[in-house]
Design a protein around this ligand. Structure first.
Ligand code: PMP
Length: 383
């Protein structure tokens, strides 16, 4: 790869010369942040090359036209990877939109909650509550189940779903609280699911879903793009006026290229999906993710000091939330983690304690490192 284009910049600003292997110096930092989150180092390396010279165009990926054949082929490949990973038939459209998962809270209801219909929502935390608030501003929303009574530490069961509901909305993995749905809501109605923090972490049977959406910045890529997969035939379209950019049909009709798409985040997401497929696809991700989660939960369960704070059967494979009995020890455990380059372990302020996010790109060795720190801390302070 030629870097001559950059040489004048380095000279002008008296920057140290470019080191293509700069990521290597960060390799030993284990990133447990909840999002934006860890990406595979191979993807970071490939992205950094594309930032300098994309496809030998002598241009950065950041400055190429989204209508160039080179980007069109990135978009095509990204869409085909989603189709392959989720085994989608032609009824499903794959869109890469902007506005984050948060825009989908509103947009999904705006399109598919008709004036005279009603929709069912399951409230399993802050993100579902936000989805409920946005949809309730548009139409009739029924909260059919909630785990708010116990600070969202479990996934509700045994709730009734109205037979006339237009759809059932839920959040498959609750990033803040560390709970995850391991069974789908029992309904014939199409499901709409916020999969922001567990997309591509395990195989998904898309049949029951009318739509899924996910902000990229956990398992798929950097912040700035949101994946939307939808089968519009499963919904009754609302008849209200929908602004052009908030109408799914606009984006479906133009193959997700109605306006300038986020070129760089789509490229990095495409590379991440390529990486997932090369690792063996979603089956392989699931095996890896279960092993990592098992190792960490076992260490927590076997310790004297630490405790996993959510209902055992609802534990997340992605965000492992745990606490420490003696909260005075919290800051010294965090210090022990950061001093050994395990970063991002502090729990969300609404839960407290700790949270280790172990998305697809987190290697087993990262979890082993955290388990070592945790077990040593337990031996030293738990006696
Ligand atoms: N849903 C879930 C489950 C999340 O974890 C988050 C946070 N990334 C969001 C929605 C909000 O996503 P965004 O910041 O992309 O709007």
């Amino acid at each position: 790869m030629s870097i001559s284009r950059l040489t004048p910049i380095f000279d002008e600003f008296k920057l140290p010369s470019f080191k293509p292997n700069i990521k290597d110096s960060f390799m030993t930092t284990y990133n447990f942040f909840a999002g934006p989150a860890i990406l595979p180092s191979k993807v970071i390396r490939q992205s950094s090359e594309a930032l300098l010279n994309f496809e030998n165009m002598g241009l950065s990926i950041m400055e190429i036209s989204h209508r160039s054949p080179q980007f069109m082929s990135v978009m095509k490949e990204a869409q085909s990877h989603v189709k392959e990973l989720l085994a989608l038939d032609d009824d499903y459209s794959v869109l890469f939109l902007t506005g984050g998962a948060s825009t989908q809270f509103y947009m999904s209801a705006l399109n598919y909650l008709p004036e005279r219909g009603n929709a069912s929502y399951i409230d399993t935390g802050a993100w579902s509550s936000k989805a409920i608030k946005e949809a309730a501003a548009i139409g009739k929303v029924q909260v059919i189940a909630s785990s708010k009574d116990q600070n969202y530490s479990y996934i509700p069961v045994d709730y009734a779903i109205p037979s006339d509901t237009q759809y059932v909305h839920f959040t498959s993995n609750n990033t803040i609280y560390g709970t995850q749905f391991h069974q789908l809501p029992p309904t014939e109605a199409p499901l709409i699911c916020d999969m922001s923090s567990d997309i591509f972490s395990k195989p998904i049977n898309m049949m029951p879903y009318g739509m899924i959406y996910a902000g990229a910045q956990k398992n798929m890529g950097p912040a700035g793009v949101t994946l939307v997969v939808l089968n519009k035939n499963k919904f009754q379209k609302a008849e209200r006026h929908i602004p052009t950019m908030l109408d799914y049909d606009t984006h479906i009709a133009k193959g997700s290229m109605f306006n300038t798409p986020p070129v760089l985040p789509i490229y990095v997401s495409m590379l991440t999906m390529r990486w997932i497929i090369a690792q063996g696809g979603l089956e392989a991700m699931e095996v890896r993710n279960s092993k990592k989660a098992q190792l960490l939960y076992d260490a927590i369960d076997n310790s004297r000091l630490f405790n996993a704070i959510v209902n055992k059967k609802d534990r997340s494979q992605m965000n492992v939330c745990f606490g420490i009995e003696d909260t005075a020890l919290e800051s010294s455990f965090l210090k022990a983690c950061t001093s050994q380059r395990c970063i991002g372990i502090k729990g969300h302020r609404s839960v407290g304690g700790f949270r280790a996010s172990i998305y697809n790109a987190m290697k087993m060795e990262g979890v082993e490192k955290l388990v070592d720190i945790l077990s040593k801390f337990d031996r030293e302070h738990g006696g």
